[in-house]
Design a binder for this molecule. Structure first.
Ligand SMILES: [Zn+2]
Length: 307
């Protein structure tokens, strides 16, 4: 296991243990590192940095082990993809309308970090983007991508050297940022890959949302996949540290059918296996509900002038 430091303060001197780990010897399986799996309350020891309030896992698996787990992870999105695609697509268009009204989509390039099977890349192309690219560590996810985007996905961890400086107008990351062992490296690389004036749109968990605070260790965000857990205060701080101009931080409303919300709810797994398949067959279970379920969005700009 590898010790971590606070990603905002880059120190471990202000650590306070918040949750003891719940790891067993067989905890680190690629199934557990698969997107949208049913939460099972397996997590590392979690500490809070008393300087800045950032919550993080410490210690964690090595970079090599994490890379292997994500490479072998499977795609368990199933029918949720269509809903996520619509939600993220709407937030992207709203972000562009507000902060880049003059953008020429016909010549614009978008990068998505952690693009899974590329469902959002398809959405971006449908919205009129000239070109899209994705980075995704899961081999299975890339293999399952539609032919229209598969060739545009790099099967790798997002890192330095994959793209040319200033290549993108927009960089997106959806439910990815809290999974990264080195968020500072990612933001540095992100800023280099964005053209001056380019926008970053990140959506991830807000550990400070009332739902997550209320549930504490029972919240699905307290999970082995999450290394740094941000809130509306620490998220802009880490972006500003890398010279981004933070334009907005906002609560995200996700729309999913009721049966998906039940899957993520903090109720016993035995209950879920009985109720959810039945719920999927009913009109009630398929009813779409929009809810601010404890996610935050951040929009930042790569300033025209190097800071
Ligand atoms: Zn800190």
């Amino acid at each position: 296991m590898i010790a971590t430091t606070c990603a905002v303060c880059e120190t471990d001197t202000a650590d306070r243990e918040v949750y003891a780990d719940t790891l067993s010897a067989d905890a680190a399986t690629s199934q557990r590192f698969s997107a949208r799996r049913t939460p099972d309350r397996v997590h590392y020891r979690m500490v809070r940095c008393d300087n800045c309030g950032l919550l993080r896992s410490n210690p964690i698996l090595s970079d090599e082990e994490l890379a292997r787990l994500y490479r072998d992870s499977s795609l368990t999105y199933e029918d949720e993809v269509a809903f996520a695609r619509r939600t993220y697509g709407e937030y992207l268009l709203r972000c562009l309308a507000t902060y880049a009204p003059d953008i020429e989509l016909g010549s614009a390039r978008l990068l998505e970090i952690g693009c899974g099977n590329g469902f959002f890349l398809e959405q971006a192309l449908a919205s009129g983007f000239h070109d899209v690219a994705g980075v995704e560590p899961s081999l299975e996810a890339v293999q399952m991508a539609s032919p229209s985007v598969r060739g545009r996905i790099v099967n790798d961890i997002f890192r330095d050297g994959l793209f040319a400086p200033g290549q993108f107008d927009v960089i997106c990351a959806f439910q990815v940022f809290d999974h990264l062992p080195h968020p500072n490296d990612v933001l540095k690389t992100c800023r280099e890959a964005l053209r001056p004036g380019g926008l970053a749109l990140f959506i991830n968990h807000d550990v400070g949302a009332w739902t997550n605070r209320l549930l504490g260790a029972r919240s699905p965000v307290i999970d082995i996949e999450h290394i740094y857990l941000f809130d509306t205060d620490t998220m802009p701080r880490i972006f500003e540290k890398h010279g981004f101009e933070v334009l907005d931080v906002f609560p995200v409303a996700n729309t999913y059918p009721l049966h998906y919300w039940m899957k993520m709810a903090p109720v016993p797994a035995s209950w879920k296996t009985k109720v959810i398949p039945a719920l999927k067959e009913t009109g009630l279970g398929r009813m779409e509900l929009s809810w601010r379920a404890g996610n935050l969005g951040l929009i930042a700009r790569n300033p025209q002038v190097t800071l």
